[in-house]
Design a protein around this ligand. Sequence first.
Ligand code: ATP
Length: 319
Amino acid sequence: MRRIGVLTSGGDAPGMNAAIRAIVRKAIYHGLEVLGFRRGFQGLMSGEYTLMRLGSVADIIHRGGTILLTARAPEFEKESGQQKALQVIANCGLDALLVIGGDGSFRGAAALEKLGVPTIGVPATIDNDIAFTDYTIGFNTAVNNVTDAINKVRDTATSHERVYVIEVMGRTSGYIALAAGLAGGAESILVPEIPFDLSAVVERLQRGVKRGKLHSIILVAEGAASAFSVAEIIKEKTKMDVRVTILGHVQRGGTPTAFDRILASRLGAEAVDLLRSGRHGRMLGFVDGKICSTPLEKALSAKRKFPADIYQLAAILAI
Ligand code: ATP
């Protein structure tokens, strides 16, 4: 193996840059050349890449987003798009490709592996919705961002004796809502994985008011419900002052936490080692404190089990 490619794909996640840095530096350390493709599979189809040098990844470990840029590239889901990418891969003399992204990106990686291109997936998405890894790169930073926002909203909520319904990201998963809700002491957490009953949420709010609570925070995962509809129902049933805060893209921005930088550095470096040992068609993961790898196909066909026990704990602690 002489030359490998790297790209970031899907939604940006803080820590992607630390993963790029680890891949480039570890590969160069072992005498490999690295080409960085821009805008995910879009750049792989159009042949937009740069040769990555040691200095190309200097001063990026602390930056959110991705220096390689990222994009959704629906054309790559079709055979015609994949054929374009294969042509570019052949023209560049690439021996393997490292894909940093979420499950959609891993489907792209698996498609290339099937077409004979050795690939490895490095899990990076704020949603933490990938099986066979306890954490994805970016999740920890997003949870810290949301927790920080809850702390700030809480000040206003208490001062004005309001209920705040805060909507957080996660697409179809509720991991950010659960982790930030537990860390931020939310009164109720609504996630798509667990059915909820708004009358129970209302009852809980009313119990809180009776025992002198000055504010309440309800965290809603975007895939569970619309924060505005939840707020409307609560307002109608309680006549309380209910406000909505949609956190939006601030959740995924900013400097990655030390946890995400370390995770990204370890996973990125291991991706290079895995390729060097001739193993590919796999995604890396971090399970029970150890770096491990799983065949992409197996990981893509599995659904991550939502930690109902932690959800239960958050409910008990917010009683
Ligand atoms: P995030 O979880 O942050 O949204 P993701 O990797 O899941 O990240 P997607 O938008 O689902 O993001 O996928 C990113 C890209 O991966 C797509 O734009 C497309 O180029 C490629 N991709 C997705 N699904 C497939 C597929 N079935 N076959 C080939 N390529 C795919």
